[in-house]
Design a protein around this ligand. Structure first.
Ligand code: SF4
Ligand code: SF4
Length: 484
């Protein structure tokens, strides 16, 4: 019996030392200096414990009296800790209902004309649209005028890294042109290719779901889910004008027969996001918008070629709000910072979608513990340079309970630095690279309330309450002197 207990204790200590080593290697690989330093201490402590255990075992300490008592007490302690840390705590029933679980009042459909980018791009001073809009929203005119004077929501792109911003701005703008190239009406709502025109492929919802999900992942998406569209998340009026289609501005958007949304996410590179708010992060955002447009355009064409109606949703054409659709499609939960939080990549993603009348099998919303974790953690809010993220609880916004980001002050900050900032995304404990230890931690916090509290504290110890920005890959460095 004693030898079995010794074996189990040895195994437990070896496993914890192994996890400690993995965490150390992961921190070094992530170039997290502070976490690496703490990880060295942690690993040495774990290794020391294992060595001490083996020395005592060699000297037959555990075979009788106090040694056996220490061994048994230690194992009981481990078993109790494991029980409390590994068990699945009560599910968050509201999260499992998706966006419907957060609705507490009257929800009005959002008007795309009110979106900050639409205001900036589509309201030309002196135009009819401009007069109509600001007559109804005089409080926004001061903000928007200031923003226009600065050069738009991103101000002078790359200004934070001047005078060495040039190549990074060039890269970001290269990607930004992709959604524009594929946003004409015939591209976002494609017709079938002549080769398959007139045919409708009869697929069962299960077969169609397997096809579209597989194809989406094949095109380069990292996550994909399906939802039956709640009409509340479709914009009420068109506000974005990209191709001189001025007659569209203010047009009511009908709730169409496209009842399903195929929603997908692409992962943003953690090294590029790690340099936020500097220019590598805006390269990464634009790259993922470009990638999203590429995926959504082909996916919409694929569905059209199957004989069904399809509309691509990407940076230069949105019919609906993608975060609520993604929540209902089971990709994740909304976080304090206002983005979707996924189990796989945290908020380090960009979303795209295709809406369609092709009958599909919807996914179910998920409870991955985000609400409970965000309630304790306030890292994004404390790190936000414009104090745009609330530190308090969720509140009712347009009939839904959520954390309300102050979009106006956030975008003002973007305008000052010339990038899309992303500090909140960088500091989020769910944004770490998906090596083995962070995967293990997210698995634990997703299922267990106690783990949320413990890992919140640990993240502060290992990474700091306000983690610093990291060096980007060499090719995207911004602190050089190559600009003329
Ligand atoms: S992007 Fe920057 S300014 Fe905006 S909420 Fe996040 S941290 Fe704050
Ligand atoms: S930083 Fe913390 S509070 Fe903010 S979204 Fe991430 S987990 Fe939630």
């Amino acid at each position: 019996m004693a030898s079995v207990l010794v074996f189990v204790a040895g195994l437990v200590l070896t496993i914890q030392a192994f996890i400690g080593l993995c965490f150390l290697l992961s921190s070094i690989w992530e170039k997290e200096k502070r976490a690496s330093a703490f990880a060295v201490l942690q690993f040495l402590g774990m290794l020391g414990l294992l060595v001490l255990f083996l020395v005592l075992w060699k000297s037959r300490f555990y075979e009788a009296g106090p040694g056996a008592a220490v061994l048994i007490a230690g194992l009981i302690l481990v078993a109790v800790a494991a029980f409390f840390l590994l068990r699945r705590t009560a599910p968050n029933e509201a999260a499992l209902k998706g966006t419907m679980g957060h609705i507490v009042g009257q929800v009005k459909r959002y008007d795309e004309r009110e979106v900050v980018f639409a205001r900036n791009r589509s309201l030309r001073p002196g135009s009819e649209e401009y007069k109509t809009f600001y007559a109804q929203h005089p409080e926004l005119e001061v903000y928007d005028t200031k923003r226009r004077e600065r050069g738009g929501p991103l101000g002078q792109v790359g200004s934070i890294d001047k005078p060495a911003d040039g190549p990074n701005v060039a890269a970001a703008m290269a990607s930004l042109s992709i959604p524009m190239h594929v946003s004409l009406q015939g591209q976002v709502k494609p017709h079938p290719h002549p080769v398959v025109k007139g045919k409708r492929f009869e697929l069962t919802p299960e077969q169609a779901t397997e096809r579209v999900k597989g194809y989406t992942l094949h095109l380069g998406a990292d996550l994909v889910g399906i939802t039956e569209i709640n009409p509340l998340w479709i914009y009420s009026h068109r506000g974005e004008i990209f191709h001189e289609n001025w007659e569209d501005w203010g047009k009511e958007i009908a709730v169409s027969d496209r009842r399903y949304a195929i929603v997908f996410a692409t992962e943003m590179d953690f090294r590029m996001v790690g340099a936020a708010p500097h220019t590598p992060t805006v390269i990464e955002s634009m790259f993922n918008y470009g990638k999203g447009a590429y995926i959504a355009t082909q996916l919409a064409a694929f569905v059209a070629n199957l004989g069904y109606s399809a509309a691509a949703n990407h940076l230069r054409h949105y019919e609906a709000l993608l975060v609520p659709l993604a929540v209902d499609a089971g990709l994740g939960e909304p976080g304090r910072l206002g983005y979707l939080m996924t189990k796989e990549f945290g908020p380090r993603i960009r979303l795209g979608a295709v809406t369609t009348d092709l009958p599909l099998v919807p996914d179910k919303p998920v409870d991955i513990g985000v609400e409970g974790f965000c309630r304790i953690c306030k890292k994004c809010a404390l790190s936000c340079p414009s104090q745009s993220i609330p530190t308090g609880g969720r509140m009712e916004v347009n009939g839904s309970l959520r954390w309300k980001l102050n979009a106006e002050t956030c975008f003002d900050y973007w305008g000052k630095i010339g990038t899309d900032c992303n500090i909140c995304m960088r500091v989020c404990p769910w944004s770490h690279a998906r090596t083995f230890p962070p995967r293990l931690i997210v698995e634990l916090v997703s299922r267990n309330k106690m783990a949320r509290g413990i890992f919140n504290i640990m993240d502060d110890i290992f990474y700091g309450k306000k983690p610093k920005s990291k060096t980007p890959p060499r090719w995207a460095k911004f602190n050089f002197s190559g600009r003329k």
